[in-house]
Write a protein that binds this ligand. Structure first.
Ligand code: AMP
Ligand code: MG
Length: 482
């Protein structure tokens, strides 16, 4: 009865400056809540012959797969702009599972007990937030956006003390790695240049082997990470995703979306949208995400300076030039992305005005972002009346003229739109509903929601209730859920 694990633990072979060797703390009475069979399949893992009790033992960390050498990883981070030494305070990396001998995936338990990085925390996680990460990360994946994945969630059978007593849970997270901007900040803060070189080499080997023999490796790495992060934030803007806590420890060097805490999707279009209860000043508001990405990349660049050039002034100049190219890159990508959303081919000087005018109208009239693009694709939405608005009708005429002036068929335009505009997104009230039910041991809504969000670009039957803009809207708040 083999599951198919193939662990190789390259990160655990790095010196103790990078990590602490530690095992998950066993839990009382684990019970599997959800298992991602499709992901398991992609990872060449077969759990079909394992009974639920044994699965619960596996995904709680009570029974560790052979070949793991578990660690807690060290990292630091700017949290809301303030630098702190952090590390896996409630997570343990089991190791790296190899698929077909060459694809490497971190398998991590989140909520697995205390480590030396716990800083007074209990090392545990709560059922609601872990299921929330499962739902949203898998939705983001289905939206074709790079992200860590969720393989399973178990309840631990233990209570966790928060504002009240809550059900403990562990999420099994899969990532191409958990190396963060904060990992570089941690090593840079120790001022050990050999460790910094080791980290750069390790990261390049794992994520960017194409620059392995470059003479300007550190600068090239900055460039590639910038490309990836720029594309990532463009994808978030495309679907209206608000990460909510873009601290540097929550930015992965791989370019995957990581650490789903108070994240949520925007309903009606408002650039200032913030859902997180702790984001008092809107630092991580929807429209701030690109500039925060640049801010975080600047922190990354600072870590790399000693390896960019021995002459510090030269290093700063090189890094600054690179970082300053972010806006232009972002603007270009953004325009392209929005043109795709509107099914526009070719170049027209007025495109930017056309896009801005639509956004301004949505903002002023509080119109749903996702549904507006659905309406333009000819999908019936929950509130068709709003699109009878005179200003919108005039705008639509301009859009139609622009769409047809490049000799492309309506079918071709719509096909492009359908590839980038989701029909369903995780609506806040639907997520909350599923989590509330799950808390009461009823997982029907959870499973239904996960299934529907798995095909966001496909027309599905009976999904209108998943397309209603949040009734919770302005009052809606998300919490970090630690
Ligand atoms: P997060 O909000 O999940 O990005 O976590 C930020 C930092 O706080 C990380 O270093 C976590 O390991 C740590 N942390 C969060 N919750 C806990 C907890 N319950 N116990 C210990 N450390 C925690
Ligand atoms: Mg984090």
């Amino acid at each position: 009865m083999t599951i198919g694990w193939h662990f190789d633990n390259s990160y655990s072979k790095l010196s103790n400056n990078f990590k602490e060797e530690i095992k998950p703390t066993p839990v009382d009475n684990p019970e599997l809540v959800i298992l991602n069979k499709e992901l398991a399949n992609n990872l060449n893992l077969d759990f079909s012959k394992i009974d639920k009790k044994k699965l619960s033992e596996i995904f709680s960390g009570n029974s560790l797969p052979e070949g793991t050498k578990s660690i807690a990883q060290a990292y630091a981070g700017h949290q809301f702009g303030h630098f702190t030494m952090l590390g896996d305070g409630r997570a343990v990396l089991l190791g790296e599972h190899l698929v077909n001998k060459n694809k490497r995936f971190d398998i991590q338990f989140k909520g697995s007990g205390k480590t030396s990085f716990s800083r007074g925390g209990d090392g545990r996680a709560v059922l609601g937030p872990m299921l929330r990460e499962y739902i949203i990360s898998e939705a983001i994946h289905a939206l074709n956006i790079p992200t860590t994945r969720s393989l399973a969630v178990v309840k631990t059978g233990e209570k966790v003390v928060r504002e009240s007593l809550l059900q403990g849970a562990i999420l099994t997270r899969v990532a191409t790695s958990h190396i963060r901007v904060g990992t570089f900040q941690y090593i840079a803060a120790t001022q050990n240049i050999d460790d910094l070189k080791t980290l750069v080499d390790y990261t390049v080997d794992r994520h960017y082997p194409e620059i392995e023999s470059s003479k300007t490796k550190a600068l090239d790495l900055l460039n590639l990470v910038m490309e990836k992060q720029c594309q990532l934030v463009i994808d978030w803007m495309r679907v209206g995703f608000i990460h909510g806590v873009m601290n540097t420890d929550n930015m992965a060097i791989s370019g995957e979306t990581i650490d789903y805490g108070p994240c949520a999707f925007m309903d009606y279009y408002d650039p200032k949208t913030v859902f997180s209860s702790i984001d008092k000043f809107g630092r991580y508001a929807f429209s701030n995400q690109p500039s925060i990405t640049k801010w975080n990349l600047t922190r990354f660049a600072e870590c790399l300076l000693p390896l960019i050039d021995k002459n510090q002034n030269k290093a700063i100049e090189l890094a600054t030039n690179k970082i300053n190219s972010f806006e232009k890159k972002y603007q270009e990508k953004w325009l392209n992305m929005m043109k795709n959303k509107l099914g526009l081919f070719g170049v027209d000087k007025k495109d930017e005005f056309l896009i801005q005018d639509l956004l301004t109208w949505m903002h002023q009239k509080k119109v749903d972002y996702t549904n507006t693009f659905c309406h333009l694709m000819g999908e019936e939405t929950q509130n068709e009346k709003i699109y009878e608005d005179k200003y919108f009708q005039d705008w639509k005429k301009r859009w139609n003229e622009r769409s047809t002036n490049n000799n492309n068929s309506r079918e071709k335009n719509i096909k492009l739109m359908r590839s980038v505009n989701p029909i369903v997104i995780p609506r806040n009230q639907k997520v909350e509903e599923a989590l509330e039910e799950a808390n009461l041991n009823n997982f029907k809504l959870l499973n239904q929601l996960v299934e529907i969000l798995n095909k966001p670009y496909t027309k599905q039957e009976n999904i209108s209730i998943y397309q209603i803009p949040s009734i919770l809207n302005e009052k809606y708040q998300t919490f970090c859920g630690t």
